[in-house]
Design a protein around this ligand. Structure first.
Ligand code: PEP
Ligand code: MN
Length: 334
């Protein structure tokens, strides 16, 4: 529920509304605006009877929000959230942020070449997976802690913040010690215990959309993190499962535009997992920025033919460098 106060409401009237909300066993969350104050009501399980609130002095309107998310919604929080990863800002009015690197961390030389290549091309964050959620148990599962160290070392050597996936709560200490941003993958989007733990941290988080998740479920998952106190959440559209098999997933580009309306959190697009096809990545990257994405996550490998994971969708350093030039021209137009 959202209580909208008159623009002329006094501090005492706002205070009285907050007290009434508390008396109902609920939590008021004032949202001061330039024209008026609104008071979000948290903690309700279902519909709230607003009869003791709607006639209080200073109350203009009571809006019932039936969505499973509130804290991440624009209704509750009209100002855009800017997520900070080191010196990099992600969100409204910031230049598009590009996260790039291999699917998996394989060895020191591969990470060094990837880091040097994507940095020179103009990427802002270095990516690489150490804990890999593979479909089958016989596929390469990632280098684990050893991989985290190689990622950190490669990022430090070129002065780039790094992002990597965390799959389990037990991995959080090691991942936080080595990464500037945590990634929660599509398969863990609804791992609610992991979301809650990440919400207690102050590390920025990239939350990827589950492959069968609706936009409402996606935002409700982000709500789990923000509800625990961590508002440094970036959403990532990475394609969804449809009947189509010609591409690995189906890129749902409308999400980038729609999420900007529904939520104050930044949204980026991962065209690599969304398509699974290298030749489609550059054009989908550009389309994502046109659709309003605040950035991109792109898989880049120094030698995709030998990649232990996702080589078919990985750009070469040269391909990525060319794409970055095009993205700079496009950003100037946008
Ligand atoms: C990844 O980024 O390497 C990854 C596994 O992505 P997703 O969770 O979107 O499949
Ligand atoms: Mn991958």
């Amino acid at each position: 529920m959202l209580i909208v106060m008159h623009h002329s409401a006094t501090a005492a009237q706002i205070d009285r509304v907050e007290k009434s909300v508390r008396a109902m066993g609920l939590r008021p969350e004032p949202i001061p605006g330039s024209l008026r104050t609104a008071i979000g009501v948290l903690g309700n399980q279902g519909y709230v009877d607003d009869s003791t609130i709607r006639d209080l002095p200073g109350v203009r309107e009571v809006i019932h929000v039936s969505k499973p998310y509130k804290l991440v919604s624009r209704d509750f929080h009209p100002q855009a959230t800017i997520v900070k990863v080191g010196a990099v800002d992600i969100g409204d009015n910031c230049p598009p942020v590009i996260m790039a690197g291999p699917c998996s961390i394989e060895n020191e030389e591969q990470m060094r070449a990837a880091a040097v290549g994507v940095k020179a091309a103009g990427a802002h964050l270095l990516r690489g997976g150490a804990f890999k959620p593979r479909t089958g148990p016989h596929s390469f599962q990632g280098l684990g802690i050893e991989g985290l160290k190689l990622l950190r070392q490669a990022g430090d050597s070129v002065g780039m913040p790094v992002i990597t996936e965390v799959m389990r709560i037990e991995q959080l200490d090691a991942v936080c010690a080595n990464a500037d941003m945590l990634q929660i993958g599509a398969r863990n989007m609804q791992n609610f215990d992991l979301l809650k733990e990440v919400g207690k941290l102050r590390h920025p988080v990239l939350l990827k959309r589950g492959m069968s998740a609706t936009i409402e479920e996606f935002l409700a998952a982000a709500e789990y993190i923000v509800a625990e106190g961590n508002d440094q959440v970036v959403l990532c559209e990475r394609g969804i499962r449809t009947f189509e098999r010609a591409t690995r997933n189906t890129l749902d580009l409308s999400v980038a535009t729609l999420v900007r309306e529904l939520s104050h959190l930044p949204i980026i697009v991962d065209p690599s997992h969304a398509t699974g096809v290298r030749s489609l990545v550059p054009v989908m990257s550009k389309a994502a920025l046109v659709a309003g994405a605040h950035g991109l996550m792109i898989e880049v490998h120094p030698d995709p033919a030998t990649a232990l994971c996702d080589g078919a969708q990985s750009l070469t350093i040269e391909g990525f460098t060319e794409l970055m030039e095009q993205l700079r021209s496009l950003s100037a137009v946008l």
